[in-house]
Ligand binder design. Structure first.
Ligand code: NDP
Length: 248
């Protein structure tokens, strides 16, 4: 296992759910973590969650992944503050599910700009530093990046896009020592579904999440830790983690 002590990480979408758990887990494992999101008040709640005596720390960084300049600034702030960049967890995302017919296309724009373009901006801005450190890019995708279903068309399209981009990037950089890791969670108990704007879909999503023993954000943080602490010659490229009760 590779130690994270002295390593520097940037986590996007760190103000709640999976990203918050990942940021805390990385800091507990000794990493210096820049935690990015738009809600800086929520980012300020992360540092007290890091275990007393842990070697790592958390630096809140205001970040809107849909804004390319904001992404560049967050990467620059991370490197200026901590001196390097070893691990990027590109995790920010929104899930505004609903049927194609009658959809509010503003939801589609927001999902493409955040989930797909946002993660591409993050990879682009961080890549020079990851090439220098022979670091790791972890990309949060979804089971929806492997199979689409009625009502999830636009969300699944962004996650299929994320998977395609990650695989292409992996082929470009793996022989230069940069590892690209796709994490594909099933249902995780977070704020994600609460942002659904279609009332019928919101009720369906809530019912679906209530019907299984969902994963906790920490379960996904454990998967991320597993991937980023492998020895340098081991690339865990894809991790699909579902709740045991989740069928599809
Ligand atoms: P949450 O809603 O709890 O967290 C989403 C995070 O993304 C928040 O920190 C939010 O921060 C951030 N975010 C959203 N838009 C932006 C933006 N424009 N710029 C920066 N940050 C942004 O949900 P999850 O933790 O569940 O979601 C994290 C990832 O996991 C997403 O990519 C999601 O698609 C994926 N996922 C989640 C699953 C689940 O069941 N929960 C299943 C499969 C995948 P803020 O609003 O403060 O900017």
């Amino acid at each position: 296992m590779q130690s994270l002590e002295g390593k520097v990480a940037l986590v996007t979408g760190a103000s709640s759910g999976i990203g918050a758990a990942v940021a805390v887990a990385l800091a507990n494992a000794g990493a210096h973590v820049a935690a990015g999101a738009r809600r800086t008040d929520r980012l300020a709640e992360l540092a007290p969650r890091v275990a007393a005596g842990a070697a790592g720390e958390i630096l809140p960084v205001k970040l809107d992944v849909a804004d390319e300049q904001s992404v560049r600034d967050a990467v620059a702030t991370t490197v200026e503050h901590f001196g390097r960049l070893d691990v990027v967890v590109s995790n920010a995302g929104v899930m505004l599910v609903g049927p194609v017919q009658g959809a509010d296309t503003a939801d589609w724009t927001r999902m493409v700009n955040t989930n797909l373009l946002g993660s591409m901006y993050v990879a682009h801005a961080a890549l020079p530093y990851l090439l220098e450190s022979k670091g790791t890019l972890v990309q949060t995708s979804s089971t929806a990046g492997r199979s689409a279903s009625a009502g999830s068309g636009a969300y699944a399209a962004t996650k299929f896009g994320v998977n395609a981009f990650a695989e292409a990037l992996r082929q470009e950089v793996t022989t230069q020592g940069v590892r690209v890791v796709l994490i594909e969670p099933g249902m995780v108990d977070t704020e994600l579904a609460s942002h659904v704007t279609d009332p019928t879909m919101l009720a369906m999503a809530e019912q679906l999440y209530a019907s299984v023993r969902t994963l906790r954000p920490e379960d996904i943080a454990n998967a991320v830790l597993y991937a980023v602490t492998q020895p340098g010659h081991v690339a865990v490229n894809e991790l699909l983690v579902r709740p045991t009760d989740q069928v599809a």
